[in-house]
Write a protein that binds this ligand. Structure first.
Ligand code: AMP
Length: 728
């Protein structure tokens, strides 16, 4: 989520879009996943070999042209040249292998080939498909088919269990259509933008930073003649892409001669494009609205009621799962960048003076890949860190933020995300909104690079203050003191009379802006008024500065007795892009293995039972009425146990049926080969056990619910000897 200024006196930034808003560039390919040192030395080695080849070729030419023609010497020099050329080719191959590292060791070929295999399987088995396909589809819109829907609903069910249930969060469900005023207050109307460039001849639009990113990546991967200095420069651009201003992106596009990808026509300068879908509410057309770009605002505007519901106590968290809409400039990369997607967001409200978390100890010993900003700026890579140490050293700003980073890590790991391809990357200084205390993204590596899947931000009090100011409803919390305390308090008293005379219809906006000044701003204003008699004052709601004179406001620090402290809570916001998580999970779960005859590769998704779309298939071994009847009895007991399943009574071989269910990631298969007992086969090991008809549903339930592991089951029940013979 990104936001703009609301306070009256705004720290003007060099680069307002980037600084005030968390950048929209969430597909991050910062510092390529290659070991920088080895790549650099390979580039150097290749350059040396090329230089040696050139020098030797020159020597051969000189010998041939020389006065003393010496055939033996020439032959020897030509031989050396051949050897050097072979060595140069080998060095080029080593470098090529290093820069186009494959994401899955088990799959031969490139990342693209791996991705193609995954995506083909996903689309063929209807995990997801382009929406409105019969009308040739619309970029950035996808439908989930039956297995995809089931995976998504399992991921969301686990999200509710892991976060909402575990933390007693207050779940809400707010409308997607949102009136303009809400998104004006949040800053989205003015600042929810990405940088766009246009093909100057055809008008086709592209995301400016994406073109720059693609250029750098392609150069790094394909241009083996790149000097190590140039390679370092391009890598640096990738690492700080989120941090570049419109002017900087434009300058780089020009410097590198980047043209429109489809036509090679020149491109316009980058300019901001607002990503929200606009609509109007009701038939009059007078009430503008937008499809929400995130779910968070629905929670912020309900803060007062939720706080009351929670017994006026902090901290507490509210959560929402729902659709978000962003009119992406050029959607690509399948489910990763779409125009409508499911977000699951948490807003954890906390006292800004106490961001400790009672359950932090539960996660403090976790160790995982973290990528603090210092390491990013230095061109290093992510390294394993213990969360407790990252918080105690101040790398992560506070315990509550750290707690959520830990919980997000556990969530993703339990879903089946490969821990070695998961890292937490801290935002670079300009990437982060100016009001934010600290932000970390959970990034998952897939064939497209490192993808931001969850953003975890300490947004301080920004959002509630913004809505307080715009709505006039105080979105604040109270801390009651056991005894009253004498406190020094800033008292700002705007003179309504003087302000009315000076600003007429705008008086209310100026009064409100004066009243919500922070102590620092107010004292600065008092000093200026005392020294100069007047001061320029920016009123956000007016969108301009006005001149305030000494008689318009009194600013004093007074001693007062107080019974309570009134404050705006800070918010810590983990925001989950469900589609992105699911896509990465698809890639991390996918593998192929040879068929029994070894003439074909069979696809498998190794989903953990928790997310598998269907937990179990039931196969009568051969087509007979009695086995079909037993299969139906088992299906009934699986339904009663709440296990999703399908019966496959097609006459195809059992091996083919196994292969079919492996391809949609079903973890267990029950094969009915007798009326009293049957086998259960586990998908990845292909091991089978024999279990009686009375126990079979419970065994599958135990192992899909996670009460037992497959190893426990193997230990308890006799193995079925014919296992491998059944396979395809
Ligand atoms: P943001 O509010 O931009 O930080 O986005 C929150 C989360 O939404 C990100 O971490 C992504 O996982 C996800 N997300 C953002 N934009 C898109 C998109 N166009 N398509 C799919 N997921 C997205």
């Amino acid at each position: 989520m990104r936001l703009a200024c609301v306070f009256s006196i705004v720290a003007k930034s060099q680069n307002p879009i980037k600084t005030l808003f968390r950048r929209h560039l969430s597909l991050v390919v910062s510092a390529l996943p290659i070991m920088a040192d080895s790549e650099e030395s390979l580039r150097r080695a290749l350059a040396e070999k090329h230089a040696a080849v050139d020098a030797q070729a020159e020597a051969v030419r000189a010998l041939k042209a020389g006065p003393a023609f010496a055939p033996a010497e020439i032959d020897a020099a030509v031989e050396s040249l051949k050897v050097l050329k072979v060595e140069a080719a080998a060095a080029a191959r080593r470098l090529q292998a290093a820069v186009s590292r494959n994401v899955d060791g088990s799959i031969a070929g490139s990342r693209e080939a791996f991705r193609q295999a995954v995506v083909n399987t996903l689309e063929r088995r209807l995990f997801y498909i382009p929406s409105f396909k019969i009308y040739r589809g619309v970029a950035g819109l996808y439908d989930y088919g039956p297995p995809g829907c089931a995976v998504k609903s399992n991921v969301l069910a686990f999200w509710r269990q892991h976060f909402v249930l575990e933390e007693n969060m207050l779940e809400v469900d707010c409308p997607c259509v949102t009136p303009e005023i809400v998104l004006k207050a949040s800053g989205h109307v003015d600042k929810f933008t990405d940088l766009m460039v246009k093909d100057e001849k055809t008008g086709t639009c592209y995301r400016a930073d994406h073109l720059l990113k693609d250029y750098c990546k392609e150069k790094l991967e394909k241009d083996l003649t790149l000097s190590s200095e140039k390679a370092a420069e391009l890598k640096h651009i990738l690492a700080v892409l989120d941090d570049l201003s419109a002017d900087e992106v434009g300058a780089k596009i020009k410097e590198y001669g980047i043209a429109a990808p489809d036509t090679k026509n020149p491109l316009s300068d980058p300019y901001p494009f607002n990503l929200m879908f606009q609509t109007s509410i009701g038939p009059s057309g007078l009430s503008p609205g937008y499809m929400r770009p995130e779910t968070a605002q629905g929670i912020f505007v309900n803060f007062k009621d939720l706080y009351y519901y929670n017994g006026n106590k902090l901290p507490f968290a509210a959560a929402q799962i729902g659709q978000a809409f962003r009119n992406e400039i050029s959607p690509r990369q399948g489910l990763l960048r779409v125009r409508e997607f499911t977000l699951a967001e948490i807003e954890h409200f906390v006292d800004p003076e106490d961001k400790t978390h009672p359950k932090f100890v539960d996660v403090s010993n976790l160790e995982f890949l973290m990528f603090p900003r210092k390491e990013q700026m230095a061109g290093e890579s992510a390294k394993p860190m213990i969360l407790g140490e990252a918080v105690s050293k101040g790398t992560v700003n506070n315990e509550t933020l750290g707690y959520f980073i830990g919980r997000v890590y556990l969530f993703l790991a339990r879903l089946g995300i490969d821990k070695d391809r998961l890292r937490f990357r801290q935002h670079l200084p300009n990437e982060m909104a100016h009001y934010a205390a600290d932000c970390w993204d959970a990034e998952i590596e897939c064939s497209y690079g490192w993808i931001e899947c969850v953003g975890i931000a300490d947004r301080s009090a920004y959002d509630l203050r913004a809505h307080s100011e715009k709505s006039g409803v105080a979105l604040v919390a109270h801390e009651k003191f056991s005894e009253s305390r004498e406190v020094e308090k800033l008292v700002i008293v705007p003179s309504k009379k003087e302000l009315g005379l000076a600003f007429k219809g705008n008086q209310k906006m100026v009064v409100e802006a004066l009243e919500v000044m922070s102590e620092k701003e107010a004292l600065k204003m008092r000093a200026s008024l005392e020294s100069k008699g007047e001061v320029d004052f920016h009123v956000c709601t007016l969108g301009k500065a006005v001149v305030i004179t000494k008689n318009m406001v009194s600013i004093n620090i007074e001693k007062k007795k107080e019974h309570q402290r009134v404050f705006t809570p800070s918010v810590i916001e983990p925001s989950f892009g469900i589609g992105r998580i699911i896509y990465c999970l698809f890639e991390h779960s996918f593998y192929t293995r040879p068929s029994k005859s070894e003439d074909e590769q069979l696809n498998v998704f190794r989903f953990p039972p928790l997310v598998a779309p269907i937990k179990c298939t039931v196969f009568p071994l051969i087509k007979t009425q009695k086995f079909d009847d037993v299969a139906k009895i088992i299906a009934r007991s699986l339904t009663a146990a709440g296990i999703s399943h399908i019966i496959d009574i097609t006459g195809t071989s059992i091996g083919k049926r196994y292969a079919r269910t492996d391809e949609i990631g079903v973890p267990f298969a029950i094969t009915v080969d007798s009326t009293s007992s049957m086998t259960i086969r586990e998908r990845d090991s292909k091991e089978q056990v024999r279990v009686s008809i009375d126990e079979v549903a419970n065994v599958v339930k135990e192992v899909t619910d996670g009460q037992s592991t497959w190893a426990d089951i193997m230990w308890r029940y006799p193995a079925h000897a014919a296992s491998l013979a059944d396979e395809e």
